[in-house]
Design a protein around this ligand. Structure first.
Ligand SMILES: Nc1nc2c(ncn2[C@@H]2O[C@H](COP(=O)(O)OP(=O)(O)OP(=O)(O)O)[C@@H](O)[C@H]2O)c(=O)[nH]1
Ligand SMILES: [Mg+2]
Ligand SMILES: [Zn+2]
Length: 313
């Protein structure tokens, strides 16, 4: 009694009322929460999220360890608890990077898909990296297409790596990138996410891990995120919900803020509220004409803007 020990750790799994916390030694234990935790500005269904740094007290006698404090979050991703709900569910917090796996063949990842993903990552303050997979399938023309895209995205500031899970090409680079970090892997179905993860850490076997969540009480139908520890150090975040990453409701005027190169040029537009469509004195359109901003990025920006406006008409 009264000799509770305070320890620190990281939430790696949440199943509603119970949290799996990994301590500094890499040991995991189940924790409960005590009291109320609130985040400013949003109402959430879950107070503690996967990825949270927490302080917990371990009772000297009987009973579960209890989470008593949550450290500040550098970022977090959320989704609505249900379609019309004002409540949000925090999927994960403190993510170091988002790896978007894209393929130019089997299947074709569109630049629209890439750009939608990237603006969401920007809005969440999560650094993004593009992995071009299945390069073993590419002929000269497809390779050229990939190189052109890599130039476009590298220039904006998104690192790009061409890889092949089949041949193992540049998988060492991906390993170096994820080592010791919390990475979220995303991308269209069939681009090779599971294949990649299993190549990087054969011990992981994600499917098996998911099924092992047997002792979850049937109360919650929500699928909870999980951080899978990597043997090399670091974690991979995997959740079905993150496949549709674009769940942020953007305001029309803020969309271009998440296209870093458009945002940069917008500072020189004549009108401070320029949307870079047909306004006179638009520096963004000038930069597109001069080739400083890629045409496809600009078109996707306009496409996202138009689609958003149509939704509310
Ligand atoms: N040729 C080739 N095929 C690959 C490569 N990487 C993965 N594949 C194949 O692509 C197919 C889909 O791979 P998955 O790893 O299941 O794709 P996924 O992204 O996990 O798909 P979902 O789980 O549906 O989202 C499998 O048949 C893989 O063998 C690659 O580098 N080259
Ligand atoms: Mg998969
Ligand atoms: Zn403009």
């Amino acid at each position: 009694m009264g000799n509770d020990v305070l320890k620190e750790g990281r939430v790696i799994k949440s199943t509603g009322s119970r949290y799996t916390v990994m301590d500094a030694n890499g040991d995991t234990l189940f924790c409960h929460i005590k009291g109320k935790f609130r985040i400013k500005g949003i109402k959430t269904t879950n107070p503690v999220a996967v990825g949270d740094h927490v302080t917990f007290s371990v009772p000297s006698g009987e009973g579960h360890p209890v989470i008593t404090h949550i450290g500040p979050r550098k970022n977090y991703i959320i989704r609505r608890a249900s379609n019309l709900s004002k409540l949000y569910h925090i999927i994960a917090a403190n993510i170091d990077q988002a790896l978007l796996t894209v393929t130019l063949q089997q299947p074709v990842t569109t630049t629209m898909f890439i750009d939608r993903f990237l603006i969401t990552a920007e809005a969440y303050s999560i650094p993004a990296v593009l992995l071009f997979n299945k390069t073993d399938l590419y002929n000269k023309a497809t390779q050229q297409q990939m190189n052109d895209l890599m130039v476009v995205y590298e220039k904006i500031g998104y690192p790009c790596i061409d890889i092949s899970c089949q041949s193992g090409h540049h998988l060492d680079k991906v390993a170096a990138l994820i080592k010791g970090k919390v990475s979220l892997i995303s991308g269209n179905s069939g681009v090779g996410k599971s294949t990649l993860i299993n190549k990087l850490d054969p011990a992981l076997d994600l499917k098996t891990t998911e099924i092992s969540a047997m002792h979850e009480t049937g109360k919650h139908t929500t699928t909870f995120a999980e951080m899978h520890p990597l043997q090399m150090g670091g974690f991979i975040i995997d959740t079905p919900g993150i496949k549709s990453f674009g769940i942020i409701d953007f305001d029309t005027e803020e969309i271009y803020h998440y296209f870093p190169e458009i945002f940069q040029h917008s500072k020189n537009c004549r009108f401070h509220n320029c949307l870079h469509l047909n306004e006179p004195g638009c520096s963004v359109k000038e930069a597109v004409q001069e080739g400083q901003i890629s045409v496809s990025r600009y078109q996707n920006y306009v496409g996202i803007l138009v689609q958003k406006e149509e939704k509310y008409r």
